[in-house]
Write a protein that binds this ligand. Structure first.
Ligand code: NAD
Ligand code: TDX
Length: 332
């Protein structure tokens, strides 16, 4: 290890990863980020300039990725178009970044023999019924629902093929829904927190029975570091912290923690093809790699996240109005 290339390091999970890496190791870190609407250089402020730099560019640029990978020991690939609702409006950037971008990086790590970790999602497995006792495991068949999750599934399969066909030194992780600081206000939890701050009622899609398996972003990133230390090449690890909760309950909790009546929200148009439930069985990660979540209490993690958005209005304010305008156009 030593020289890290972190793609998508100006996004939500990537910037938290860079911060964790800078604080807990002496590695040098190059962030490759296209600074799309979701990327924000401000999320990397305060990092030591002697060890951390930001290169603005696309993972789908073959020359740039070859050049940066040639100077790296490890590549951690977070960069993606990440929002399901956007993928329903226009799938094209999802194809370019998630599929062509991953292909482009894989060709670069293949050429240079570089260790590669691929960040993916539990959404590749489709969804579960509310009363299904089963959870997703590493052997659950792929069955993605949205253009977003289909491109993430495709990118995972490219990684597996590059491991088998070309001997690329890769691992894959599929994580459940993350929450915490620096998450874009288009996503469920920050959207509702910033709505309440702005005096707007939270917006629940459909009946709100959908269940997500919440994990704090730091627990996700600690698991990624553990996989880089001890994961087996060619293997997949599911990351989850037993955090299943219905969307309706999450909105009620946000309202209560922010001093509002628990029913002060609106039902809005449902998402097309809306996955009902995700649930992760992370036994493999826990037993083989000894990872355990640190943030076990969702309510206190949520309270700290609310405080972060209250204290960092300057970070999210510039994105809020345009985000809400996009939702309003879709009746959401
Ligand atoms: P995000 O949208 O906050 O950040 C994505 C980052 O990638 C942004 O900084 C953006 O500018 C950058 N980017 C987009 N296209 C790029 C390109 N062509 N080249 C270089 N950079 C580009 O997303 P996130 O929530 O931080 O997700 C990061 C990764 O984790 C994604 O791969 C996502 O699929 C995965 N994931 C997310 C979650 C979650 O709950 N958010 C859960 C599991 C997995
Ligand atoms: O305003 C809203 N109201 C609402 O009810 C929004 C934005 C969302 N929702 C619902 C839809 C989902 O059931 O909340 C749930 C969470 O929505 P998102 O934050 O959009 O997350 P999700 O679609 O579950 O996907 C997330 O987790 C898996 C990330 O965005 C993905 O990048 C990751 O792969």
């Amino acid at each position: 290890m030593g020289r890290f290339l972190v793609t998508g390091g100006a996004g939500f999970i990537g910037s938290n990863f860079v911060r964790l890496l800078a604080e807990s190791t002496d590695h040098t870190i190059t962030v490759l980020d296209a600074l799309t609407y979701a990327g924000n250089a401000a999320s990397l402020e305060g990092l030591p300039p002697s060890r951390c730099r930001l290169v603005t560019g696309s993972v789908a640029d073959p020359e740039l990725t070859q050049e940066l990978v040639a100077d790296s020991d490890v590549v951690v690939h977070f960069a993606a178009e990440s929002h399901n609702d956007n993928s329903l409006r226009d799938p094209s950037p999802f194809i370019r970044t998630n599929l062509v971008g991953t292909y482009t990086l894989l060709e670069a790590v293949r050429r240079h023999g570089t260790r590669y970790h691929h960040i993916s999602t539990d959404e590749v497995y489709g969804d579960l019924e509310l009363d299904d006792p089963a959870k997703f495991t590493e052997s659950t068949p792929y069955n993605p629902s949205s253009p977003y999750s289909a491109t993430k599934a495709g990118s995972d399969l490219l990684v597996r093929a590059w491991v088998r066909s070309f001997g690329v030194q890769a691992t894959i992780s599929n994580c459940s829904n993350n929450y915490g600081p620096y998450q874009h206000v288009e996503k469920f939890i920050p959207r509702q927190i910033t709505n309440v701050i702005d005096g707007i009622r939270p917006k629940l899609y459909g009946a709100g029975l959908n269940v997500r398996d919440w994990i704090h972003v730091t627990d996700h990133n600690l698991a990624v570091l553990r996989i880089l230390e001890a994961g087996q090449i060619g293997e997949t690890y599911l990351i989850g912290a037993d955090g299943e909760l219905g969307n309706k309950r999450v909105i009620e909790l946000i309202l209560e923690l922010m001093g509002q009546p628990g029913d002060a929200y609106d039902h809005v148009n449902d998402r097309a093809g809306h996955d009902l439930r995700y649930a992760i069985d992370s036994t493999r990660l826990r037993t083989e790699l000894g990872w355990e979540p640190v943030y076990r209490d969702f309510e206190s993690g949520l309270a700290a996240t609310i405080e972060w958005y209250r204290a960092n209005e300057g970070w999210w304010r510039p994105m809020k109005q345009a985000t809400e305008a996009r939702y309003a156009a879709a009746g959401q």
